[in-house]
Design a protein around this ligand. Structure first.
Ligand code: HXC
Length: 291
């Protein structure tokens, strides 16, 4: 099952062969948001390689995405942990062997759970920093020669959590602030060699693993409170991805494209705005204090 289908070619604003002959390498590509980013790229002519930790999930996603366009190739790269740069380097080598090149990189693999400071161990904090921030760095490190050769482009999947203080997300906010800083500095370092680096910061996107982990069943109320009066869709993020990789964005680098219906502008915090009530269970949990 895919989220997008052939109708995307008629209903979206993009040309069908926009990415013909190009290859996108996606970490977290079997997940929810990054999978649909990959679907859009494949529908629009690209081949893809998706990296995941789970064998079955990654293989199944690759097969489904490949079925979207006749003649497309989607390589499954399972059992790869973005915290290990050597595993990523092997995944890149396999991609180049099977697909010939890498033009675009989506660094999307991420880890998340709700935890207040008192219940967040040092290792829990480190795990999220390592997956989100070190994993993003490792992804670019492993793909660099291909990006340089092909004057490629990178999209980091960030968030809006660090624009203000979002409770129970201090680990993720800290990691994503680092991801934004990484992207900005890479945009400057890579500009002269023709590589662009940008972030997409999704807001509340419906039917994603992130929302399932974070919303606490508040879906309806979140939509009401977003200025554009709806939750985002995975296609909203896919469309932003297509724009940033397309020639239309050839002068855009070091940017963060926030795709959130205006939510962060009014400090929504994804439904944690009522946190003393909505998430009272976290305060009521037995005292943590674990190192
Ligand atoms: C407190 C927790 C916890 C929880 C895990 N830990 N879950 N602490 N509350 N709910 C702690 C563990 O106890 C352990 O610390 C440490 O975290 C590492 O846990 P492991 O299970 O050993 O780590 P690992 O197997 O590497 O798993 C990493 C993970 C896991 C982040 C904890 O949730 C994961 O793999 N997630 C990947 C998928 C995912 O999260 N997708 C959502 C992406 S959405 P101790 O001290 O006990 O050793 C997203 C959206 C971002 O990112 C922005 C949205 C707004």
């Amino acid at each position: 099952m895919t989220f997008l289908d052939q109708s995307y070619l008629q209903t979206s604003s993009w040309k069908p062969d926009l990415f013909k002959g190009k290859v996108v390498f996606v970490t977290g590509g079997a997940g929810s948001i990054c999978r649909v980013q990959t679907e859009a790229m494949v529908l629009l002519g690209a081949n893809a390689a998706i990296v995941g930790r789970n064998q079955q999930k990654t293989d199944d996603a690759a097969k489904d995405i490949e079925s979207l366009r006749s003649g497309s190739k989607v390589v499954s790269l399972p059992n790869v942990d973005v915290r290990d740069v050597k595993q990523l380097a092997a995944a890149v080598a396999k991609t180049v062997k099977e697909l010939g090149r890498i033009d675009y990189v989506i660094a999307g693999a991420a880890g998340n759970f709700l935890a207040d400071f008192n219940h967040l161990s040092s290792n829990a904090f480190k795990s999220v920093i390592d997956i989100d921030l070190l994993g993003s760095f490792n992804t670019v490190k492993a793909c660099f020669e291909e990006l340089r050769k092909n004057k490629g482009a990178i999209i980091f999947v960030s968030a809006t959590l660090h624009y203000y203080g979002v409770p129970f997300q201090l680990h993720v906010g800290a990691a994503k602030a680092g991801v934004d800083a990484l992207s900005n500095a890479l945009a400057v370092e890579f500009g002269p060699i023709g590589i662009r680096s940008n972030c997409i910061a999704p807001g509340p996107i419906a039917d994603t693993e992130g929302m399932a982990r974070l919303s606490g069943g508040e879906k309806g109320r979140i939509a009401e409170k977003v200025p554009l009066q709806r939750m985002g869709t995975k296609q909203d993020i896919a469309d932003a991805t297509v724009y940033l990789f397309s020639p239309s964005a050839s002068y855009v680098t070091g940017d963060v494209l926030v795709v959130d219906g205006g939510a962060w502008q009014i400090g929504q915090g994804f439904g944690t705005q009522d946190y003393p009530v909505t998430f009272k269970k976290f305060f009521d949990a037995p005292k943590g204090g674990k190192l």
